[in-house]
Every structure is written in C-alpha cells, then in structure tokens.
Design a protein around this ligand. Structure first.
Ligand SMILES: Nc1nc2c(c(=O)[nH]1)N[C@H]1C(S)=C(S)[C@@H](COP(=O)(O)OP(=O)(O)OC[C@H]3O[C@@H](n4cnc5c(N)ncnc54)[C@H](O)[C@@H]3O)O[C@H]1N2
Ligand code: MOO
Length: 388
C-alpha cells in the first residue's frame, strides 16, 4: 500500500518516450505542441484601418477626398496635409495617415469631407506589430492547442504544426455480472457503465480510446484479452477484478503478461485497490470496479499521466480552494476524495459517498480532498479538483 503522494511520485517518475508528428492546423485541437512557435512576421503585418471611414492626413475638420482603398487593395497612396481617402476595415492605411475617422462622424458633399469631431492622432489605426513582433514567442512547447490557438496559428500563416502524438488508449472492463445497456437484465446482473464514463472522461480532456472490451471473470479470457489489448496500447485501462476476491484475476493476468507492478493499493477512499504497472513503454492502470472509484482514480491518477504522455504542460484537473458550506468531519483513517458541488463560490459535500454510488458524482462538479481524521468548520477552505 502506498500513500497518495507516493502513488503520484511513482507515476511522475516513470521514464516515458514522447513521440511527435506533424499535423494539419485543423486537426490539432487539444494536441500539445512539441516545439516553440514564434511569430514569422509582425502582426498586424501592416498599419490598417479599424473602421469603415476615412483615412486623414493632418488634424483638421475638413479634408478633400482623393481616392479609396478597400481591404486587400494594393494601392499605395501618399497623403498630403488636408487629404482624405475613403477606407474600409482591414484596408492598408495610406502613407502619412494621421488618423482614421469612422464614417458615422463625417459628412460628405462631393469631394469635401467634414468631420463632426476633431480626429486624435493614431485614432482607429491598428499598428503594424502591435499584437506580435516578428520572432516573438507565441506558444511554448507543451501548450495545448485551443480553438483560439488554432485561430492564432492560422493567422500566422502556419499550416502544419509539430505536436506530440496522443497516447493510444484501450479499455477493458471485467465482471460476469455486467451487461450492455439496452439489453434485458437478468437477476444478479448490472449494466456495464464504467467503460462509458471512462471513455468520455478521456474524450472530455482530448484523449480518445482505441477499443473497449468487456470480459467475464475468467482468468484465461482476461489474460488473453490483456495480451491482445496491450499490443495496440500505450495505456491500458482496466476496470474491476483488481481487489482480493476469488474472481479478481486482473493482477495475476497482468503479471503473466509481463506487466511489472509499480504500485498496488493506495491509502485513500475511494479507490484503495488501484493498480499501476508497466511493460516496457506500455502502461497499465487497473481501476477498482466500483463506478465512483474507477472514475475518481481516472481523474486523480490516469489523467495527469495521459497529459504527460501527450507532452502537455497540464498536470491534471484544475485545483481550486473554496469555503465549505457546512461543517464536515472525516472520521476515517484514510484521506478522502469526496463528491462535491461548487456553486455560489462555496463547496458542498454531497450525500451518497459510497464507492458504488455515481449519482452524487453525476450531480456534482468536483472532488473535494480531505486528509484522514480531519475536521472542517463551515467557511474553511477546502481543496477541490474540478471535474466539469
Ligand atoms: N475483502 C475485501 N473486499 C474488498 C476490498 C478489500 O480490501 N477487501 N476492497 C473493496 C474496495 S475498496 C473496492 S473499490 C472493490 C474493488 O473491487 P474490484 O476492483 O475487484 O471490482 P469488482 O469486484 O469487479 O467490482 C466492484 C463493484 O463494482 C461493480 N462494477 C464493476 N465493474 C463495473 C462496470 N464496468 N460498470 C458498472 N459497475 C461495475 C461491480 O458489480 C461491483 O459491485 O472491492 C472491495 N472489496
Ligand atoms: O476503495 Mo473502494 O474504491 O472504496 O470501494
């Protein structure tokens, strides 16, 4: 049995080989970049108008309109004092432009332009390089690409990005009692739900699983299922069959497949029988079968490791401390990850904390962490991991 800190350290200390690939801009969402991205040119790359209106030379109330420039035009006017040019948003401002005045503040008679207010120098001009300078660091290696990030990289004219490959993840659930949702349920059976929760937890954070398999509590079937799944996994996630019952075959089946235990059992609730192992560059998390235990262990241990394999600078769920909305005492000798709900800047520990109970997790949005044998008074701050 290891402590939570020891388990995290063992996971963190694993030597991993990160693989990279080149991906097209549009296929990079949630990938982590594997080399710094710098601006290839100033952005904007030329002074341009922020408004539809008139580019003006000199500060005055009246000007003569000498031409027009629209977005994308290559025309190159050189203004003299008193000149104005009709201009549109995004168009390159002519040389010697002092300011741009939006058209709503102007009136035009023939070629004569009259302003309703005096222009201010530089008004409504987006200056070359005001957002980014050529060579400036845009994204550090390890940054996860968001939609805005894709927009920014695209605006820099970059089409192919060097990213870390995502780990290949396979899922195996075990248990004779498990049947697929949608099928009729016999006495003693329950619907298999962990694979759905785990698969979508992967997807929520930008990871996809390759395949999922449901296997009965049969040693040979579990052993060969693991062998086959390992062939195509960087990370194999199992659920169930990892405790000490007569039909809990997962640990032995992993060992017989050459997986080497890195830790087994963590001093925590839920998720005590959590197992972590490795076979060369393949990693295995065997999560306890109880639905709340498997998902908590995914959030607390598997997710940070997936981020690591993904080359991401992130190391797990976001953590925040919130005042607790009621008194709470952890009477247990183990630290707890409690299903909790953050609302109105307070955290409430929800009813229904059993490891088999997923209702409170589904209604909540956080896991609150409490040390063993610790009390909290209403208003005291409690550390929470945000799950949604
Ligand atoms: N004698 C002991 N018994 C148990 C201990 C212990 O220390 N000594 N630990 C308990 C703890 S803590 C946990 S957690 C469970 C974990 O057991 P397993 O990982 O072997 O899980 P199973 O026995 O296969 O299943 C537990 C529970 O969860 C349901 N389950 C399993 N898989 C799924 C699934 N894919 N979808 C939905 N529900 C699932 C299963 O039906 C069981 O009710 O062991 C305790 N026992
Ligand atoms: O440690 Mo288990 O996950 O509580 O039921």
């Amino acid at each position: 049995m290891v402590t939570i800190e020891e388990a995290h350290k063992i996971i963190k200390d694993q030597k991993v080989k990160l693989k990279t690939e080149t991906r097209k801009l549009e296929n990079c969402l949630d990938f982590s970049i594997s080399e710094d991205i710098t601006a290839p040119f100033d952005m904007p790359s030329f002074d341009n108008s922020a408004m539809d209106g008139y580019a003006l030379c000199g500060i005055s109330q009246e000007y003569i309109i000498i031409g027009e420039v629209a977005a994308g035009d290559k025309k190159d006017f050189k203004l003299k004092s008193g000149d104005a040019v009709r201009i549109f948003t995004g168009a390159k401002v002519p040389k010697n432009t002092t300011a741009v005045m939006m058209q709503e503040k102007t009136s035009v008679v023939g070629k004569k332009l009259t302003l309703q207010q005096m222009p201010k120098e530089g008004q409504s001009i987006r200056r070359k390089g005001e957002e980014l300078r050529k060579g400036q660091l845009v994204f550090e290696k390890g940054t996860t690409i968001t939609p805005a990030g894709i927009g920014l990289i695209g605006s820099l004219g970059i089409q192919n990005i060097e990213v870390y490959k995502k780990p290949l993840i396979n899922l195996i659930t075990t248990g004779n009692e498990l049947i697929e949702p949608g099928k009729p349920k016999a006495e003693g059976q329950i619907y298999e739900s962990n694979s759905y929760a785990l698969a979508l937890a992967c997807e929520q954070f930008g990871f996809k699983y390759g395949n999922k398999k449901q296997i009965d509590d049969d040693f040979e079937a579990i052993k060969s299922g693991i062998k086959k799944s390992l062939e195509t996994s960087d990370v194999l996630i199992l659920s169930g069959g990892i405790s000490v019952g007569d039909y809990d075959y997962v640990k032995q089946a992993l060992e017989e497949n050459g997986v080497v235990e890195q830790f087994y059992k963590v001093f925590q609730k839920p998720g005590k029988p959590l197992y972590f192992g490795r076979k060369e560059n393949k990693f295995v998390f065997a999560l306890p079968g109880n639905p709340a235990s498997s998902l908590s262990c995914f959030y607390v241990y598997v997710l940070p490791f997936l981020y690591r394999l993904n080359g991401s600078a992130k190391n797990g769920l976001q953590r925040f401390s919130f005042p607790i909305s009621h008194d709470f005492k952890n009477k247990a000798d183990r630290p707890l990850f409690l299903k909790a709900k953050i609302s109105n800047n307070e955290v409430e520990i929800l009813d229904g904390q059993g490891s088999s109970m997923i209702l409170s997790m589904a209604h909540g949005n956080a896991l609150a962490f409490i040390e063993a044998e610790t009390s909290y008074n209403k208003g005291e701050k409690l550390e929470c991991l945000l799950i949604s």
